[in-house]
Ligand binder design. Structure first.
Ligand code: BES
Ligand code: MN
Ligand code: ZN
Length: 492
């Protein structure tokens, strides 16, 4: 979808296949609404007088158009005084839904008078582009007859914002949504297609034709040389070779410290010898949701050509049981030198991430953020609305929380107290990979913290937010949060 900012001073003279007019309840027609009402011979007023459309939130009304606009689409926005961010998101959702029911290929949105309580015009434009673009997502990869794609290809938005800043906001929203959709596509792929090798090939594809993005894939042999005994213990039971994928985007100055994203890329998590129960095990193809979000964020960052250095590292492996698989009670040595007793082979995410976290020390990062579908306990604690956020630096936590609020891709700050770390004591190694019955999301984060002491670090547990179960599908979270965080760092 292509988004263009314009300032339309007389709506009756602008051509489009569909003019979209937001209307509040009990308000007089003004601006574009008044102009289009006049040009349509009073059609908007007539619709309001019939009483079918009152401007209530959730309502929409499609009317025959004017000489210049083929259709008029009225969208109810509710009470003008209550038009806050949540109401604006509803407006975007209903606009998409109503446009999707037409065959219009382009639309002109009249937002000149749409003021959002608590947000500026740029926020509205960014959200709108992001919402429309991500709503148009369809999974097509492994279905012979996928749902038809959206007809709408061009959206022109007329607003009160300056043209340059309006266009920038639309571009940021659209690029973010493209990243969200990239993440959803990868995560939705089945485990027999999306293997660690497939992810490595995707990274190479992303790097092709982009001189600022270089790709490096570390094979198991190299990982063994580096001493990544923890990561390798997870892949011991499978035929699929593990990959450590490094995507290095140099958009900033050479001397700028990079922001490092680390994604958990378990392309299927059977649990290993600590085998999971059968119900819903198919959903463990989503266990590379963290990796998918890292790919999606890199996609958005490269589209926007952000003036920052960003390095993405994906720890990709499949967790399977077999005669060669790691067993409960095995002790492995991580790249950091710390030994780990694998009490449960299903707590594999932390085992691949800890070596990736040690590996990224070499980049002397400005900050490291890992993203992982790490624990079922996080789903119990926070459900599907908030991502669990942990950090060893409060400033970083606040920046990420703010980015999540701004994009409604929200996270909740969780504790990393020593009291929890104590639960990871082992009788036979420096650390156990299991923290006992209570606070499972916290003890998993505490485990990771043991390997992230060399830099500012945050961990996002997206076990509850990375995918929906009914209907099943990846959400693309937290690409919006991460992209906003990086935009903020770039001052863009
Ligand atoms: N990938 C799972 C976490 C998960 C479970 C995410 C359900 C989303 C939904 C992870 O590898 C795992 O299996 N964690 C275990 C840890 C436990 C053995 C300490 C869990 O949460 O049960
Ligand atoms: Mn597991
Ligand atoms: Zn897992």
């Amino acid at each position: 979808m292509k988004f263009t900012a314009r300032t339309v001073s007389d709506a009756s003279t602008a051509t489009s296949q569909c003019a979209v007019v937001p209307l509040f309840r009990n308000s007089k027609l003004s601006g574009a609404a008044a102009a289009l009402n006049k040009a349509s011979g009073g059609a908007i007023k007539a619709a309001l007088e019939l009483g079918d459309f009152t401007g209530k939130s959730g309502q929409s009304c499609l009317l025959p158009g004017t000489a210049k606009s083929k259709r008029l689409l009225l969208i109810g926005c509710g009470e003008r005084k209550k038009f806050d961010r949540a109401a604006a998101r509803e407006f975007a959702r209903h606009t998409y839904k109503a446009l999707n029911d037409t065959t219009a290929r382009d639309a002109l949105l009249h937002l000149e008078e749409l003021e959002v309580d608590g947000a500026d015009a740029e926020w509205l434009l960014e959200m709108l582009a992001r919402s429309l673009e991500s709503s148009s997502y369809r999974y097509t990869e492994t279905v012979a007859k996928p749902k038809p794609a959206l007809k709408l290809a061009r959206v022109v938005v007329s607003s009160s914002a300056g043209k340059a800043s309006a266009q920038r906001a639309l571009d940021q929203g659209a690029a973010t949504a493209c990243g969200v959709n990239t993440a959803r596509n990868l995560a939705n792929l089945p485990g027999n297609v999306c293997t660690p090798s497939y992810l490595a090939a995707q990274a190479r594809k992303l790097g092709r034709g982009n001189s600022k993005l270089s790709i490096q894939v570390l094979e198991e042999k190299k990982m063994r040389e580096l001493g990544m005994g923890s990561l390798l213990s997870v892949t011991a039971g499978t035929e699929q070779p593990a990959k450590l994928i490094v995507m290095n985007y140099q958009g900033g100055k050479k001397s700028d410290k990079p922001y490092v994203l680390v994604g958990k890329g378990i392309t299927f998590d059977s649990g290993g010898i600590s085998l999971k129960p059968g119900a819903k095990m198919d959903e463990m193809k989503f266990d590379m949701g963290g990796a998918a979000s890292v790919f999606g964020t890199m996609d958005a960052v490269t589209r926007m050509e952000l003036p920052l250095n960003v390095i993405a590292v994906v720890a990709a492996a499949e967790n399977m049981p077999s005669g060669s698989a790691t067993k409960p009670g095995d002790v492995v040595t991580s790249m950091s030198g710390k030994t780990i007793e694998v009490l449960n082979t299903d707590a594999e995410g932390r085992l691949v991430l800890c070596d990736a976290l040690t590996y990224v020390e070499r980049f002397k990062p400005a900050a490291v953020i890992d993203i992982a579908t790490l624990t079922g306990a996080c789903v119990v604690a926070l459900g599907s609305h908030a991502t669990g956020l942990y950090a060893n630096k409060d400033e970083l936590a606040q920046q990420l929380l703010a980015a999540g609020t701004e994009t409604h891709d929200r996270a909740w700050h969780m504790p990393l107290w020593d009291d929890y770390s104590k639960q990871l004591k082992s009788d036979f190694a420096d650390l156990a990979n299991l923290g006992g019955p209570g606070g499972g999301s916290v003890t998993a984060a505490c485990f990771l913290a043991e390997f992230a002491g060399a830099y500012d670090w945050a961990h996002l547990d997206i076990a509850g937010t990375a995918w929906d179960s009914t209907p099943k599908g990846a959400t693309g979270r937290p690409v919006s949060l991460l992209t906003r965080y990086l935009l903020d760092r770039a001052g863009a």
